[in-house]
Design a protein around this ligand. Structure first.
Ligand SMILES: [Zn+2]
Ligand SMILES: [Zn+2]
Length: 334
């Protein structure tokens, strides 16, 4: 039955045959939300926006605390570049501005689009985890490849100069900076996150919005953690070797090149866009091996020298990217 988005009472009717005692706590709250709000476009829009804000800032707060505690510096990938509270506040203001001006209006399109494609929204019960897990993995896979291609395009000519350069303001990123980007970039790269579920829904007509929310929550965790600037022994890539994580993306910000994908390492590996990154890691490893008796401070000083070299090359690479044509023409000398 199609949901008439303008008739409030229709919602209560739609749940008429539902056995509420068989619903989980979360499913009951879900029904309550849709019935209380009355208008499904508003209910979905508001929930999507709140979910995004709560998860984005909620996940960023632990990183702000970690940045304020010198104890954690031992795991910071670029230990001398810790964001100041002023930088974090500046970044927060920019992110909030784009959330309210770009994302909030766009989010209202989500329910009508989802509904037009046959996505389940107000419906209960929810799909099982067994149904959701492969769908979420597919969205991860699609987004990662989409991002890998689109991100490289953003590293060329005018697209870089006028759009992606903003995201590269921080050569040592921090959690809050995950969505610090030009509105056009939020739109372009956000497409990779939303298009997967929409296409899946279009072709299979079997998707519940709760699965999309689960995917978005995990994707936000991925993006914020990848920008955190920390690599712990317990970080996910140390357990799942093809997971990207901060250790992978931090290098992209520091060196301005390589590591274009989001969640997984395989595309950069297959297409060779991780050569400089792997070279750098090998140099750090070799340096540590050759200087086993050096003190922690000496090792850090050596690693910082390598970082400075990579960053200097990055500045040149950035200039070249700005001069490069979108179709990959050679860089013009300026
Ligand atoms: Zn980039
Ligand atoms: Zn980034």
């Amino acid at each position: 039955m199609a949901l008439n988005s303008t008739v409030t009472n229709a919602l209560t009717d739609l749940y008429a045959g539902t056995d509420f005692s068989s619903l989980s706590y979360l499913e009951q709250k879900w029904v309550w939300w849709y019935v209380t709000i009355g208008n499904p476009v508003v209910a979905t829009g508001l929930m999507s926006f709140l979910l995004h804000e709560i998860v984005y800032f909620g996940r960023s707060i632990p990183w702000i605390i970690i940045d304020a505690m010198p104890y954690f510096r031992q795991w910071k990938l670029q230990p001398t570049k810790v964001p100041t509270p002023a930088e974090q506040w500046e970044c927060t203001k920019q992110v909030l501005f784009s959330h309210f001006t770009i994302e909030l209006p766009l989010i209202w399109l989500f329910h009508p689009t989802a509904e037009a494609l046959g996505m389940q929204t107000y419906h209960v019960p929810f799909p099982t985890l067994k149904t959701m897990a492969p769908q979420v993995f597919l969205f991860f896979f699609f987004e990662d490849f989409f991002h890998f291609v689109a991100h490289q395009a953003l590293h060329t000519g005018v697209l870089y100069k006028h759009i992606h350069k903003i995201h590269h303001k921080y050569s040592a990123p921090f959690g809050l900076a995950a969505e610090y980007a030009h509105p056009a970039e939020v739109f372009i790269l956000g497409t990779g996150t939303i298009l997967g579920p929409l296409m899946y829904c279009y072709f299979t007509a079997n998707l519940h919005i709760i699965t999309v929310y689960l995917w978005i929550v995990l994707r936000l965790f991925q993006a914020i953690d990848a920008h955190s600037g920390y690599d712990f022994p317990w970080s996910l890539h140390n357990i799942i070797p093809f997971w990207s994580g901060a250790e992978h993306h931090d290098f992209h910000h520091m060196a301005f090149t390589n590591n274009f994908s989001t969640s997984f390492r395989w595309w950069d590996r297959i297409f060779g866009t991780d050569d400089k990154y792997r070279q750098y890691r090998a140099r750090v490893k070799a340096q540590k091996k050759a200087n086993k008796n050096a003190s922690k401070e000496q090792l850090l000083a050596m690693e910082q020298k390598l970082m400075a070299e990579v960053e200097a090359e990055g500045i040149i690479a950035e200039r070249e990217a700005e001069a490069r044509g979108i179709l990959g023409g050679k860089a013009k000398t300026q």
